[in-house]
Write a protein that binds this ligand. Structure first.
Ligand SMILES: CC/C=C\C/C=C\C/C=C\C/C=C\C/C=C\C/C=C\CCC(=O)SCCNC(=O)CCNC(=O)[C@H](O)C(C)(C)COP(=O)(O)OP(=O)(O)OC[C@H]1O[C@@H](n2cnc3c(N)ncnc32)[C@H](O)[C@@H]1OP(=O)(O)O
Ligand SMILES: CCCCCCCCCCCCCCCC(=O)OC[C@@H](O)COP(=O)(O)O
Length: 377
């Protein structure tokens, strides 16, 4: 193990990275709060400012993935589609199998210059996660309770609000609605069977209502759906812990650009279209399992330096102040101050541990663990 790799595996380094993320994130959240009055006088300026503030937070996770762990992200797509990426609004449909799939998504957003404005249909529980969840309020992220009766109006309204959004964005939809586990897969395939749909090997059965409502409420605003299929080399199951430990992964993303006009408007037709899309995605995963690659040419968008610059700025700022604080603490000799500082460090560690827990599939929700009631029950 080299010296750098040894350094990356040190818990103290992980604590420092997490501390920087949490404290800088809360500072940015507070700045976002201060921009609220702007909404009343100039909504578009409010949005543009918040896109940049959000970048300061999400790009830290991109920097840790790209520069700290050195994870490589390869894009399989045709050159004609490539020329559109970052220059138009799009709905991204992505498989949901990996704990760090959202970080890989963010990496691609950064490489195409849409990281600050990127959006997602997210479960409501994530709105309460400090830093990221709070940041999302100011980005007009669309939250759902995963209860269609409650979501149908709120989701449609939140999507309509994006019609006059001033900068290009990608709107991410995990149509499977939850992360892949063998149990959820088994249950969703029972649902597929009961609906007479072909079985999927690598995906859960997609939930079609969110896709239908998104496509129809973003019509006229969004140019295309980017059908995206992600996998990792060597059957790796990457984790945020691995990334913090400096473990290098290799992500492969296969993207097809599908013009929005080609997607049917009616609910049933749109649902059938999505089911067919997931059958195709399943065949791409099968191809990957057989050959170790996706079909089509590789076009690698380069890493950009901004995420690294932003991260180094915050790390430098906090390192300087932490050293100062440490020296002052020791020279003060006050047991009370030392204990209070230690308690603060423990609180930060516990907070961050809880946040990392949100990314772990083992601690995931039970959504999708129950199928439709069988007729003979
Ligand atoms: C060039 C590069 C390209 C791309 C780069 C890649 C990506 C980058 C892009 C952007 C990045 C931006 C941000 C990323 C940052 C962070 C994201 C992190 C996390 C957030 C993700 C989440 O929170 S995922 C969870 C929330 N989202 C969703 O759930 C979306 C999908 N769900 C839906 O659409 C649902 O329909 C709903 C939520 C709108 C409503 O939920 P409900 O449960 O009420 O669903 P349904 O009404 O659909 O369910 C009932 C129907 O489903 C059938 N059923 C029952 N059991 C099951 C089962 N186990 N599996 C499947 N189906 C089931 C049931 O029979 C009902 O059928 P109907 O026929 O009546 O529909
Ligand atoms: C810079 C490094 C700092 C590291 C510490 C920060 C950790 C912050 C992580 C919070 C990110 C929260 C995003 C989680 C995304 C996610 O994957 O959500 C799961 C949902 O889709 C589906 O949930 P489920 O039904 O439970 O599978």
């Amino acid at each position: 193990m080299g010296l750098l790799q040894l350094l990356k595996s040190q818990v103290l380094c992980h604590l420092f990275i997490c501390f920087v993320f949490l404290v800088s994130g809360i500072i940015v959240n507070m700045l976002q709060l201060c921009t609220l009055p702007l909404w009343l006088v100039n909504k578009q300026l409010f949005r543009r400012v918040n896109i940049r503030l959000a970048y300061c937070i999400s790009s830290q996770m991109v920097a840790v993935l790209e520069w700290w762990s050195g994870t490589e992200c390869t894009l399989y797509t045709d050159p004609k589609s490539y020329s559109h990426y970052g220059k138009e609004n799009a709905i991204v449909v992505l498989n949901h199998n990996f704990e760090i799939d959202f970080m890989c998504g963010w990496t691609f957003c950064d490489r195409f210059g849409v990281l600050g404005s990127s959006k997602v249909l997210a479960k409501k529980e994530l709105a309460y996660v400090p830093v990221i969840g709070w940041m999302w309020y100011f980005l007009e992220i669309v939250f759902c309770k995963r209860k269609w009766e409650e979501d149908r109006k709120t989701v449609a309204q939140s999507l309509q609000n994006l019609q006059d959004y001033p900068e290009n964005f990608w709107f991410l939809l995990y149509c499977e609605g939850t992360r892949f586990t063998p149990k959820k897969h088994e249950i969703s395939m029972q649902v597929a069977e009961s609906k007479g749909l072909p079985k999927l090997k690598y995906h859960l059965l997609p939930r079609t209502k969110g896709f239908w409502v998104t496509v129809n409420n973003l019509r006229g605003k969004v140019a295309a759906v980017y059908d995206s299929t992600l996998n990792f080399r060597d059957n790796e199951a990457p984790t945020l812990h691995g990334v913090l430990n400096g473990k290098k992964y290799h992500a492969d993303l296969y993207v097809r650009r599908i013009p929005l006009e080609s997607i049917p408007e009616g609910e049933a037709e749109c649902a059938a279209w999505l089911h067919k899309l997931y059958q195709e995605k399943d065949s791409f995963q099968e191809h990957y399992a057989q050959t170790g690659r996706f079909p089509g040419p590789i076009t690698n968008p380069p890493r950009r330096p901004w995420a690294l610059i932003n991260w180094l700025f915050w790390c430098g700022l906090f390192f300087y102040h932490l050293v100062l604080l440490f020296v002052q603490l020791l020279s003060s000799g006050s047991m009370l101050t030392i204990t209070a500082s230690l308690a603060f460090c423990v609180a930060v560690s516990v907070g961050v541990r809880w946040m990392i827990g949100q990314t772990e599939i083992d601690r995931g929700s039970t959504y999708g663990n129950k199928g439709v009631p069988l007729n003979n029950n």
